[in-house]
Design a protein around this ligand. Structure first.
Ligand code: AMP
Length: 528
């Protein structure tokens, strides 16, 4: 297959706002791809290289943007893939010169649009709109398979390329054979937001309410005496948390997959801030020292496998019943089941008094499903917060000179894959955070001028605010009032950040006013 076909589809996908049309375009291309190249197509159109990051940054690429390319497209997908593999394997003396030479050679054989695509692919800057979700639907259409089977296979394998290959070669039966496997983490189930307790109970009627603990999501796998711990992003973080390995290792069950939250508690039993707990999972770790200063406590709320039983498709109440069989009470998150408003309110107050963030409300009947589709899990927090993406940052002045300070924040636009700016903030930052963000944001730099550094949209920040108001300054027509940084959420992927639709819905709930449809809004503010 020619690279040009992939590039053209990518362009068409980026141009349409219609999810249905995106799915149609993608599935057409997938159906055409030869089996051996299907995983590459899936990966490129999900905005990632099959090789993962191969260490080519914007500085190397910046110098190549002006290269003279060819006018007629000739590159094969396979050649590009091989070149990236070779680039990824380079190391040692002379590798940097060789890297530049290889890249120059590859991009020199590309047309201008191909080069633009490849550069953005390398920078993970291809914005085409809710890629994973659309890809799941397109895979189902391309192989005439049930979308739920594809989604489930993706949840369990965590790898769209494997799902695509299996769907093509073995159909529905092959997908059904993709099962939960110990030591291959399952994509996490996530929550939607409820306004308050009453709102959550209206939606669910009878609900399990659990403390919402503001720590780090953990998925723990155990087989006999082997225990591994995975983060929300499915990275193996076992070495960072030996106490969790000890706790789960000492349980009598032979095989376990548990979902839970790890948190550093203070001497009085109240939780440290999220930022403090996350120090346990930082980059350069003195594990023994940190363990002494900030010991982790783990609370579990779900069980996906217990000994010989696979529980993923079981109702939540059955999974929790198994959790109680496998774990002592102190390892299970405090919970009640109720349909009564007063009971729910007083449980929520207890959670807040104990220093927790709020509660989770869960539907009793729901199976375990990755992502936050539907309303099976609802989070109820005491403060208004949104998870937004940092798009750029301005250099500070005065005491903050030399530090990146004022953050530009955007909500996801799931239809275009772009971001809608909602405001800026320089509030809520300690010196430690300023120092950290200055370093981190420059690693993500795409370009800069005298005042501002524009960054790859990869960093999610949890932003507290007072309310949402109309604003002529921003393309979405809305802005946050009194926005301040609550915490960086490096545990979240950009795909999990809040969307402009959520912000619009919040505004409507808050004011009782109906907003004009998004399309009209965009043209009103002159967006192209
Ligand atoms: P948020 O990170 O604010 O979007 O809230 C969702 C996260 O809350 C989940 O990913 C978990 O890490 C965390 N969490 C804390 N307590 C619970 C609970 N009882 N059930 C599910 N998730 C929880």
């Amino acid at each position: 297959m020619k690279l040009a076909e992939v590039v053209e589809t990518s362009r068409q996908i980026a141009e349409t706002r219609s999810r249905l049309e995106k799915t149609r375009l993608l599935s057409q291309l997938l159906a055409k791809a030869p089996s051996s190249e299907l995983p590459i197509v899936v990966s490129y159109l999900s905005g990632r290289l099959p090789q993962g990051r191969i260490g080519i940054g914007h500085q190397t690429l910046g110098a190549m943007r002006a290269l003279l390319g060819v006018t007629a497209p000739a590159l094969n997908l396979r050649d590009v893939h091989d070149a990236f593999s070779e680039l990824g394997e380079l190391s040692g003396a002379g590798s940097s010169a060789r890297r530049t030479e290889l890249l120059r050679n590859l991009l020199g054989r590309a047309t201008e649009v191909e080069r633009d695509f490849l550069v953005r692919l390398l920078l993970e800057d291809l914005r085409q709109g809710s890629l994973e979700g659309v890809m799941v639907e397109a895979l189902a259409t391309a192989s005439s398979l049930n979308v739920e089977s594809v989604r489930r296979a993706f949840m369990l394998s965590g790898d769209l390329a494997i799902v695509a290959k299996t769907a093509r070669a073995e159909g529905e039966a092959g997908l059904a054979n993709i099962a939960i496997e110990l030591f291959r983490p399952v994509r996490s189930m996530l929550a939607s937001t409820a306004e308050d307790i009453a709102d959550a109970l209206r939606t669910l009627e009878v609900a399990a309410l659990e403390y919402k603990i503001d720590g780090a999501r953990i998925q723990v796998h155990k087989s006999k005496d082997r225990v591994r711990v995975y983060s929300r992003r499915l990275n193996d973080v076992t070495d960072a948390c030996p106490e969790i390995v000890e706790t789960i290792g000492s349980l009598p069950s032979r095989r376990l997959v548990l979902d839970g939250e790890a948190v550093a508690l203070r001497a009085d039993g109240r939780p440290h801030t999220f930022q403090t707990t996350m120090r346990r999972f930082g980059r350069r770790l003195d594990v023994a020292g940190l363990r002494r200063a900030l010991p982790l406590t783990s609370f579990y709320f779900d069980c996906l496998l217990l000994d010989e039983e696979i529980l993923v498709d079981e109702r939540y109440e059955n999974r929790v019943a198994r959790l109680h069989e496998a774990l002592p009470g102190e390892l299970i998150v405090p919970r009640i089941v109720t349909a009564k408003d007063e009971e729910a309110q007083s449980f929520s107050e207890k959670a807040l008094v104990a220093g927790h963030e709020g509660v989770m409300a869960k539907a009793l009947h729901a199976p375990y499903q990755a992502g936050s589709r539907g309303k099976a899990w609802l989070k109820v927090k005491s403060a208004h917060t949104l998870d937004l993406v940092v798009l750029a940052a301005e250099w500070g002045s005065g005491r903050r000179r030399g530090w990146l300070s004022n953050l530009h924040l955007g909500a996801r636009d799931p239809e275009t894959g772009g971001f809608v700016m909602l405001g800026k903030t320089f509030k809520g930052m300690t010196d430690e955070i300023l120092k950290w963000q200055t370093e981190r944001l420059q690693e993500l730099e795409i370009s800069r001028d005298e005042w501002t550094v524009r960054v790859r949209p990869e960093l999610v920040a949890e932003i507290a605010f007072n309310d949402i108001q109309k604003s002529p300054h921003y393309e979405g027509g809305l802005a946050l009032r009194f926005a301040r940084l609550k915490a960086y959420r490096e545990d979240k992927r950009v795909e999990e950040a809040d969307t402009i639709d959520t912000v619009r819905a919040l505004y409507e709930k808050q004011t009782g006013e109906r907003l004009a449809p998004a399309q009209a809004q965009l043209s009103l503010f002159g967006d192209e």
